[in-house]
Design a protein around this ligand. Structure first.
Ligand SMILES: NC(=O)c1ccc[n+]([C@@H]2O[C@H](COP(=O)([O-])OP(=O)(O)OC[C@H]3O[C@@H](n4cnc5c(N)ncnc54)[C@H](OP(=O)(O)O)[C@@H]3O)[C@@H](O)[C@H]2O)c1
Length: 355
């Protein structure tokens, strides 16, 4: 992942004040990233290791990228996964994983959460159950957080909560029109985590993510691996506007809110500047492949796209999600404002994908 935690990237606003967050003195802010994010004075830095412990519910694509990024800055990372094989991989990477299946009402142990300073929730809602962590384990989590050291909570949500907005620009105050059961469950999960943070006086944030892509998960990978689109991807195929975000920019947004939380907002859209139809993104990805690995284009062109031949509606559908608040309040400057720059950077680091 690119180095975006360069000095001076983020503005130096004050942290949101609450009994807990006011405990974040400048020296504590500086210790979060060992002086790499902001222009903090070196003498203000203090190594307070127990402040730099992230617990991640769901070390999936985003959770793991974020974990790697924080680890590079000296953080200790604990988190959950659902299989023994993944647990072993995470251990090899230097993390402290625990097995956790949220839909299993019998909770084995969440010990590392007790000593954590930050908490990220990345487990999606489950059909018919809602947020599995809140639905089945809220009491114990409430107890742990109530007696613990957590100073920041982030919940990874989705722009799907807005529903289909007929192509309109949508900011965080746009009337929510969650029609599908999944979007309703997502909205309920957002509310649940914000409510918990409020009850426990822990600053809590919701990040509404657009379609996530990054190294290992992108239009390039789909073409190169000849993957077929999932059902939900096929449904999105007909939309004129799809908002996306590169995983590195998600990490930027999370870090910005940890270091420099806004004074008022709890909900942020995390998307790039360039909502675009999927077909446009795939056409660009295919061109990139042709340029970089000429000779393989025939192979790529033969990708059977008949499975995505869904009738394209001749109307403006989807939504254009605005990231103005992310930029204005958290001072995030996107590394990949468009899918073009994001895909280009992925292509540049891909190692002989056709071998
Ligand atoms: N993909 C997108 O384009 C997109 C867009 C907007 C929002 N989102 C949401 O943003 C969040 C992060 O996305 P992502 O792409 O990083 O997701 P991901 O790669 O699918 O990771 C999800 C994580 O949740 C864990 N998990 C799933 N069900 C679980 C359960 N019942 N009990 C315990 N753990 C469970 C998975 O465990 P394992 O590691 O063991 O598999 C994984 O670590 C998710 O909530 C996702 O729905 C995704």
């Amino acid at each position: 992942m690119e180095t975006y935690l360069s000095a001076g990237r983020f503005p130096t606003q004050s942290l949101r004040s609450s009994p807990r967050s006011s405990a974040f003195s400048n020296s504590r802010k500086a210790s979060l990233f060992h002086g790499t994010v902001c222009n903090f004075q070196p003498e203000m830095e203090k190594k307070t290791l127990n402040l730099n412990r992230m617990f991640i519910f769901g070390m999936g694509f985003v959770g793991l990228s974020f974990a790697h990024e924080l680890k590079r800055h000296g953080w200790e990372i604990s988190g959950t996964c659902t299989t023994v094989a993944k647990k072993m991989k995470l251990e090899e990477m230097g993390f402290n994983p625990i097995l956790f299946n949220a839909s299993d009402p019998e909770l084995k142990s969440l010990n590392p959460l007790q000593g954590s300073s930050h908490l990220l929730i990345s487990i999606p809602p489950i059909d018919g159950l809602g947020d599995p962590v809140l639905s089945l384990h809220q009491d114990i989590i409430r107890r742990i957080l109530g007696n613990g050291n957590v100073q920041w909570m982030g919940y990874l949500s989705s722009t799907s909560v807005y529903g289909d907005c007929g192509g309109a620009w949508v900011d965080e105050d746009y009337p929510i029109n969650a029609t599908s059961e999944r979007a309703k469950a997502r909205l309920a999960a957002e509310k649940g985590w914000l409510h918990l943070g409020n009850d426990l006086d822990i600053p809590a944030y919701v990040f509404r993510l657009g379609g996530i892509y990054g190294p290992g998960r992108s239009a390039l990978d789909t073409i190169i691996k000849h993957e077929t689109l999932s059902k939900s991807q096929k449904m999105r195929e007909s939309r004129n506007y799809i908002s996306r975000v590169h995983v590195a920019d998600i990490c930027q947004a999370l870090i910005a809110s940890m270091v420099l939380p806004s004074s008022s907002s709890s909900v942020y859209n995390v998307v790039d500047d360039n909502p675009a139809p999927r077909a446009e993104v795939f056409a660009f990805a295919q061109t990139l492949i042709q340029e970089r690995w000429s000779g393989h284009i025939m192979e790529c062109s033969s990708l059977d796209r008949s499975d995505v031949a869904i009738e394209v509606e001749n109307v403006k559908t989807g939504k254009r999600v605005s990231n103005a608040r992310l930029k204005q309040e958290l001072g995030v400057s996107l590394l990949h404002p468009t899918y073009r720059s994001g895909l280009q950077s992925i292509a540049e680091t891909m190692n002989h994908p056709f071998r």
